[in-house]
Design a protein around this ligand. Structure first.
Ligand SMILES: O=C(O)CCC(=O)C(=O)O
Length: 275
């Protein structure tokens, strides 16, 4: 085992109050989770794969939909790349996810790279949304680790969160769109919820729950915002009824062959951490 792998398996010390903060606010930003060497190692590899697989490479920014402008999205990297697999299956990160959700164990739901390109004059926000709209999972115990692969300053479009918004159910039936940006923004403002929108230091990672509303501003810098995400679910959760096209698409991509009521534990959903 090399040093990077070793560090990815060592526990991260949550501070007193971190779990309560996450449970109350629906997200948390944690500093010094990864060191610079680890970030550089995975940035090189993930960036290489994103360039190889980029489905939007020939589509000019002006011709893209709001969703396509927001980021280049490449999923399930752990399954085809032995290097990236080490990050996705990291026990250090998996244990943080289990601790914050206060569950015994977590499985991978899926991973995805989200690269927000610098766009000059074209705005490329990530509109307000809650992730669980897309996921056919019969639980509230899902959590995403949002892992910037470099320092992410405010002008690069860091992930922003609406504090305590997991307690509200308006907008949970909206996909990522111009409409979700406008309508959820209005609802959050009406409910007077606080926005946390700030840069990330190198090595800082956020964790947000599946029903927490979040967005990201445009990348107005001259650098790509390289981000890896890992989505965890509590070990033992079941597949829910399929209510929309996105649920069938997610089942096919991340829970192949499963039907409502089945335990969400295919070969694509390894157990990452168990107490
Ligand atoms: O990276 C982004 O701009 C959006 C990320 C996001 O919505 C997520 O990870 O759930």
């Amino acid at each position: 085992m090399n040093d990077i792998e070793k560090r990815l398996s060592e526990p991260y010390e949550l501070k007193p109050g971190d779990i309560e903060y996450y449970q109350e606010n629906g997200f948390i930003k944690l500093k010094h989770v990864l060191d610079q060497e680890t970030l550089d190692y995975f940035n090189d590899e993930i960036t290489k794969v994103v360039h190889e697989k980029n489905p939007l490479i020939k589509k000019p920014m002006e011709e893209r939909s709001t969703f396509e402008k927001a980021f280049i999205q490449i999923g399930n990297l752990f399954n085809s790349n032995e290097i990236i697999k080490k990050l996705v299956l990291s026990k250090r990160l998996g244990k943080i996810a289990a601790d914050l959700m206060q569950v015994e164990g977590v499985r991978l739901y899926h991973d995805q790279a989200l690269y927000k390109e610098p766009t000059g004059k074209t705005s490329n926000i990530t509109p307000w949304h809650a992730d669980q709209y897309y996921w056919p999972l019969d639980t509230d115990n899902t959590i995403t680790a949002w892992i910037p692969l470099q320092e992410t300053t405010q002008n690069m479009g860091p992930l922003a969160f609406s504090k305590k918004s997991q307690k509200y159910d308006f907008g949970r039936n909206m996909e990522i769109s111009d409409e979700s940006e406008a309508r959820i923004q209005q609802k959050l403002a009406d409910a007077n919820l606080e926005l946390v929108d700030s840069g990330f230091d190198a090595g800082e990672i956020s964790f947000h729950g599946g029903w927490t509303f979040h967005r990201a501003g445009p990348n107005t810098s001259d650098k790509v915002r390289a981000v890896m995400t890992i989505i965890y679910m509590e070990d033992g959760v079941k597949v829910s009824e399929f209510q929309r096209e996105a649920h069938y698409a997610d089942r096919d991509a991340f829970l192949p062959g499963l039907e409502p009521g089945d335990v969400a534990a295919t070969d694509l959903n390894p157990l990452i951490y168990k107490r």
